[in-house]
Design a protein around this ligand. Structure first.
Ligand code: ADP
Ligand code: MG
Length: 249
């Protein structure tokens, strides 16, 4: 991309207004998006010419074998990774046109991301992990603390506020990760195999909360092998196969 077309964070802030959620046409819009990784002489086409339109309030579920490109696609949508070709709009904003500083702020405000491996910060307690994405808000620490506490209550972790990640089971870590994804009340929730390796009670809680977030109007995109999520009514189902996104059933 031409350097001149990359906007700085401040300039970008002046132009961007995603406040009016009713006016947002697409939570996510991908046009011919491809991502190729180059490893030495080897090229890996992780995502190939993907087209997808996700409306506010849509629930998208994508399954696919390991290595089919699910995580790569979710990272692109979450502005963590960049496209090699194609166009991507998130909340109608062409995020590829902006610099990393803008993209970092944009993802904190617009996307809650549940990583496959939880990715909690190991030196921070549960409540500190949930407060971490809130640091850009002008609210006071006690206000943020109260918000984080109520998010952890929602995932039934209010008795574990001061525990470090290694002191928590995988189900508990994923529940903290879900609370963190809800911090800043983002309009889009992205989840990478959120119920894999969880005990059934934690998995059911994660499914229910994702469903409730969608009922509240959030766009939810989940990569999963979880048949219970995949067969839920009201979801749009897709499959990834060798980097291509196929609409399913
Ligand atoms: P999935 O999540 O469906 O298992 P991934 O998106 O993780 O699939 O991977 C898709 C393909 O891209 C795989 O062949 C993987 O090895 C490759 N890949 C993913 N990330 C990278 C990377 N950072 N560098 C090189 N290859 C990668
Ligand atoms: Mg993956």
């Amino acid at each position: 991309m031409d350097e001149d077309t990359i906007l700085g964070a401040n300039e970008a802030h002046d132009e961007i207004d995603v406040e009016g959620l009713d006016e947002v046409r697409h939570a996510v819009r991908l046009v011919n998006v491809s991502r190729t990784y180059v490893l030495g002489k080897r090229k890996i086409d992780a995502v190939r010419s993907v087209n997808l339109e996700v409306g506010m309030g849509d629930y998208i579920v994508i399954s696919g074998h390991s290595g089919s490109g699910k995580t790569t696609l979710l990272n692109i949508i979450g502005a963590i990774d960049s496209v090699t070709e194609g166009r991507i709009h998130v909340m109608d904003v062409p995020i590829e046109d902006y610099d990393e500083s803008f993209r970092a702020t944009f993802r904190l405000q617009n996307t809650g991301y549940m990583f496959q491996s939880y990715n909690l910060i190991s030196t921070l307690t549960a409540i500190e992990n949930v407060m971490f994405p809130m640091q850009l808000t002008p609210k006071s620490i006690p206000e943020l603390n109260a918000e984080a506490r109520s998010l952890l209550e929602m995932v039934d972790m209010k008795d574990r506020l001061d525990h470090l990640p290694w002191q928590l089971s995988s189900g508990e870590q994923q529940r903290v990760a879900l609370a963190r994804a809800m911090a800043n009340d983002p309009p889009i929730i992205l989840a990478d195999e959120p119920t894999a390796n969880l005990d059934e009670a934690s998995a059911e809680m994660v499914r229910t909360i994702l469903h409730n977030l969608n009922n509240k109007g959030k766009a939810v995109i989940v990569m999963t092998h979880d048949e219970t999520i995949f067969s839920m009514s009201g979801v749009r189902r897709f499959r990834m196969l060798k980097g291509e996104l196929l609409s399913d059933v």
